[in-house]
Ligand binder design. Structure first.
Ligand code: ADP
Ligand code: CKP
Ligand code: MG
Ligand code: MG
Length: 313
């Protein structure tokens, strides 16, 4: 039994060793990632237990994902090996054409991870957790994965969702909106993690206060509103917190949101206020973007504390 459960597709990441268009990149560095796996690691670094419900292929990458997850302390009991198909992968193109930004190029259609289905969701396991988390990525990759999230949300004590709208994974932005909005309406979301781009698609607003008002009407209790380099905001009971981003050398921003979400939610569940949880979320995301890899450097609560006390820019 674990405190937190996440549902999603773990992936093998091939990160460009040099920046520029992929055709000129000669070396790739392998990392284990995927939004919900990154999230789980952040939850664990902040001292709650976390399980990942997922599928991987019966291949070396699948074994790599399971062993890595186990090594990071994730409960892998419900990571199933699907013999029918392969483990999804993706490449990261860094710093081109926009400096300090990354582009994700997926090879995941028909992957084992996308075959996640309601039969993978164990009722007793879900009911025992304090919170169940997923993202718009899992809602996008297949109907069966979406149904798995819906089943888990139905059984969950409480829920968090990161909208993470990936236009490449949806047939249209309309479809993303039509899928995500009803889920926000139907289930009480304890913590919603999102940003202005996704909120524009979902609610046609970007202003943080407008977004909070509208999400609250839909039943969201706590809103974590990420503003990229500018920092992030958090709202609860009409109280808002803002923390500015830090100026650091950005190697690869991929995974920043997940480090922040897992950190914020883990601390919030431990009774910390939104201001404290937000500061730690910012610390985690700032450290993560200074390197390739989405989760290796996600700090523990204590290391984030040191960052917040000692790092000034
Ligand atoms: P996501 O990774 O989900 O797209 P964001 O891009 O909003 O999420 O990043 C989450 C957090 O990571 C931000 O709130 C900020 O603290 C940090 N961050 C992201 N990009 C930068 C950047 N270029 N400079 C400094 N901090 C950043
Ligand atoms: O929003 P983030 O940059 O925090 O998300 C990064 C993850 O799952 C990354 O690990 C990638 O595999 C993905 O999002 C995705 O499917 O896009
Ligand atoms: Mg971003
Ligand atoms: Mg994100």
């Amino acid at each position: 039994m674990v405190d937190v459960i996440a549902l999603g597709e773990p992936l093998v990441q091939f990160n460009s060793f040099t920046s520029g268009p992929l055709r000129f990149v000669n070396y790739f560095e392998k990392h284990i990632a995927g939004s919900e796996l990154n999230f789980c690691i952040a939850v664990i670094r902040n001292h709650l237990s976390c399980g990942l419900i997922a599928r991987v292929g019966n291949d070396e990458f699948g074994r790599n994902i399971i062993e890595y997850s186990r090594a990071q302390g994730i409960d892998t009991t419900y990571i199933k090996v699907d013999k029918e198909t392969f483990t999804g992968i993706y490449f990261i193109q860094r710093g081109y054409p926009i400096p300090m930004k990354s582009e994700l190029i997926y090879y995941r259609k028909g992957s084992a991870g996308s075959r996640l289905s309601p039969e993978d969701v164990d009722e007793t396991y879900i009911r025992s957790a304090r919170l169940v988390h997923s993202t718009g990525i899992t809602l996008a990759i297949s109907d069966s994965a979406k149904e798995a999230v819906i089943k888990a949300f139905e059984l969950a004590k409480s829920r968090s969702l990161d909208t993470n709208i990936r236009p490449k994974l949806w047939s249209s932005l309309e479809k993303a909106r039509e899928t995500i909005l009803p889920i926000l309406k139907k289930y009480d979301i304890e913590v919603l993690v999102t940003d202005p781009d996704d909120t524009k698609i979902l609610l046609d607003v970007t202003d943080p206060d407008d977004a909070y008002r509208k999400y609250k009407e839909l039943g969201v209790k706590v809103l974590l509103y990420k503003l990229g380099a500018k920092g992030a905001m958090a709202y609860k009971d009409n109280v808002k917190a803002f923390k500015e981003g830090y100026k650091v050398q950005v190697e690869d921003p991929t995974g920043a949101g997940d480090a922040m979400a897992g950190t914020f939610i883990s601390l919030y569940l431990q009774g910390k206020g939104i201001e404290y949880s937000l500061a730690h979320g910012i610390a985690a995301s700032t450290i993560v973007i200074t390197v390739r890899g989405d989760n290796e450097l996600t700090p523990t609560t204590e290391d984030a504390e040191r960052f917040l006390n000692e790092f000034k820019t």
